[in-house]
Write a protein that binds this ligand. Structure first.
Ligand code: APR
Ligand code: ZN
Ligand code: ZN
Length: 361
């Protein structure tokens, strides 16, 4: 029996979001219905609403979520009703060229639910990132459900499903930050702060936070930044070099997604250092760098997709570290709101007033 639940949709380009009745089908083979307990508000949801991702309106927004599996379809063995899960948008296929080479975190053929959720009139919905979790219940591929310790608060757990994982993974997976490394993070929103927390977890000796907003630098310090630089007031490349014996950082993580901040990252790293781009640029942006510097400075220029995470490996581990008091995921939850408050939460996010607003269901 299909069920009717409340959910937040983006009806059309730049139209305000609204709560509608969503029809959620019973799970088919390989699918699961999850009762959502919490879902964070992410920039990507806003990009969907603005038409910046694609034109497949209406969207069912929300994708940083945790909840309890309600029912599963035929053939599902990894999760069962009652399991507490974080939803991921990297349900790996096991068959593609990346999976077959033992690099499933790059999987090029990830799964979503095959059936569609709809409005009451039958209009098919496009779930954000194949999830759609600003809703009391959602239908996903079973592989999108990652079991974690249910002792964690759902509001905190859900954030690992996207932005916070992207940031932590940019540091520990893509950047390979290790004990004793110097790290600089440019852009200290939710993603950059998570990169800072990840660098601390990995044992970085020095973590330099760069932002243009002093409020962000204060939060960055709470999450593990040892030094802060306001790049409106101070040249960040000079400042980072000064703080690293004149050389630059071993790993510089760009968490803004702009050519000028990428350029800063490029020149703020030490010879043979690593730049990690985790901020998402827009298609019109161009980068110009002297090729001799790309060659002459050596090292690695990497991009981080979803923190190069493997949900089954990374989510339970990070939740365990959080429960042990070694990773302060609670610091990312700026406020909790209801399904009816998503539109104003977008505004607060846009103004930089919050790291994450989290819808509690
Ligand atoms: N230099 C330094 N910091 C900057 C600059 C700049 N030129 N421009 C913006 N910032 C800072 C903002 O002040 C803010 O603190 O970058 C931060 C961006 O944070 P958020 O807007 O909260 O975004 P976040 O959720 O952290 O995502 C960052 O990663 O996943 C991507 O799409 C996401 O591109 C976005 C990026
Ligand atoms: Zn694959
Ligand atoms: Zn997201």
């Amino acid at each position: 029996m299909a069920q009717e639940v409340r959910g937040v949709i983006a009806p059309g380009k730049n139209e305000p979001v609204r709560v509608e009745t969503i029809v959620v089908p019973d799970p088919g083979p390989g699918e699961a219905v999850v009762q959502i307990q919490a879902c964070g508000v992410c920039h990507t949801d806003l990009h969907y609403k603005q038409g910046g991702i694609n034109d497949d309106f209406p969207f069912l927004l929300g994708h940083e979520a945790a909840g309890v599996v309600e029912s599963v379809g035929a053939g599902v063995t990894d999760v069962a009703p009652g399991d507490f899960v974080i939803l991921n948008w990297r349900a790996v296929c096991g068959q593609c060229r990346a999976c077959l080479r033992g690099r499933p975190w790059y999987c090029f053929n990830t799964h979503n639910a095959k059936q569609k959720m709809t409005l009451k009139d039958g209009t098919e919905l496009s779930p954000a990132l194949g999830i759609g979790a600003f809703a009391e219940k959602t239908l996903v591929a079973a592989g999108q459900c990652t079991k974690v310790d249910p002792a964690v608060s759902p509001a905190v757990a859900g954030l690992l499903g996207c932005g916070v994982m992207a940031g932590i993974g940019a540091a520990i997976n893509t950047g390979n930050v290790g004990r004793g490394d110097t790290v600089a993070v440019i852009g200290c929103g939710g993603v950059g702060d998570a990169a800072i927390a990840g660098s601390r977890l990995a044992g970085a000796a020095k973590i330099i936070a760069v932002d243009i907003d002093d409020r962000k630098l204060i939060t960055a310090e709470k999450l593990g930044a040892t030094h802060t630089v306001n790049s409106r007031a101070t040249d960040p490349v000079e400042a980072i070099r000064e703080l690293t014996g004149g050389f630059g950082a071993d790993v510089v993580i760009e968490a803004v997604g702009r050519p000028e901040t990428y350029q800063q990252a490029f020149y703020a790293r030490d010879l043979a250092g690593t730049v990690v781009l985790v901020g998402v640029p827009t298609p019109d942006m161009k980068l110009e760098l002297p090729l001799i510097d790309v060659f002459g400075r050596g090292g690695a220029l990497k991009s981080s997709w979803y923190g190069d995470c493997l949900p089954s490996r990374d989510f339970p581990m990070l939740i365990d570290l959080h429960l042990q008091g070694r990773l302060d995921l609670g610091a990312f939850v700026s406020e909790t709101i209801t399904l009816d408050d998503v539109e104003p939460a977008f505004e607060r996010m846009h103004q930089g007033d919050v790291l994450r607003s989290v819808v509690i269901l």
